[in-house]
Design a protein. Sequence first.
Length: 455
Amino acid sequence: MHYLSTRNSEINESFLNILFQGLSKEGGLFLPSEWPSVSVKNLYDKSYNEVALEIIYPFIKDNISKNDLQLIINKTYQNFDNKNIAPLVEIEKNKFILELFYGPTFAFKDYALQLLGNLFSHLLEKSNRKITILGATSGDTGSAAIEAFKGKNNIEVFILHPHKKISEVQRRQMTTVLDKNVNNIALKGTFDNCQKIVKDLFVDSINQSQNSLVAVNSINFARLIFQTVYYFWAYIQSKQQKVSFVVPSGNFGNIFSARIAKFMGLPIEKLHIVTNSNDILHRTIKDGKMKINEVQQTYSPSMDIQISSNFERQLFESSKRNSQKIIEIMNSFFKKNEENLSDDILNDLQSIYTSHAVSNSETLKTINHYKKEYDYLSDPHTATGLFVLNKISNENPTISLACAHPAKFSDAIFKATNEKPFIPERLKKIFDQKEKMTILDNDFEKVKLHIKNKL
Ligand SMILES: *Cc1c(COP(=O)(O)O)cnc(C)c1O
């Protein structure tokens, strides 16, 4: 297996190379040359860690031994706060919730980033190399990355978040980590602005051939396959023949991980994309018109995104891996802020995905409804998915993803239920700790200089 780029299907890169890069030279995203298939029935008796090994190993087998990989996986999930790692809850016949908030920062990002942190350490130990981690966060990636890389040798971490546009818990989870190798930048702009600057920094560093910048956003392909594991795990636990998934979406990373599971042979019926009022994905799937609107602030900040990076990976697959076509689509999209997809691409998208946009008030109502009806308290991101789960018939088994712990978003929970959620001890302590961050203008050169001076 080798890796190619959505904007150049001719290149031939190793897993190790794409792991330590952000984007390809052409600005594209990396994908494997083919999708390995996995026999689901051989997974039934396995633990989460063993399933993870079977799913991940085919992608990275040229660069690591199976034994080492299993040790790294075991080390990663031993600290998770549930013996099932990602437990499946059946709330009603054929309706399930997959809980993904048992990692150190209480959101699903931990499942991939904790593993990425340990994998990086393992590989760097051998190579004597230094790397700089660079990422933009709409809330949860940043803390998960900081938690995964804090205090690690030979790794410097820079995380950009949109100033005043994430929840207090999300901010404090990042800014109260005082390790010297952790640098928080609060950018006076939106998440899309943060992501743009990060992408431009990657292109800039490629141009200057200082390839020590490493991406930990879901543009990093490794994160996607690490997330693919829990879709297999959910399926096994559900004991169903075929399932659909409901995935609250922002950057299209988590749901593309589900798409990968389907490529690898998991019997998935439908993938439901759920957005909040930042509904570009919904509009695109509905009628093929990709059009950027202003970003709106909602109760689900990790989904307040208009430009979903990973959608390019899906477009590449839907265009039958035609990188020339992707270059045309993306160039035109970024020039005009809109693009109409061709019928063949749209038909392919609609054959797999269904989409939904959920408003702020529907989100709060859903939190309240699930609390009353099922005594189930969900965070606002999870609630956008539960709104959809509640609407669809229970004839087809459907699994909705619980993306974060409600305690991370206590203001929204209070608005919805008139009660504050229970806050776990581990989360409470950040409220009286000192914070460290630098506030910067939304200006590429200023951010670049700031980072340069620190290195
Ligand atoms: C990151 C995140 C999302 C969106 O996931 P994508 O992979 O960006 O689509 C949704 N909910 C929560 C809680 C998140 O942290």
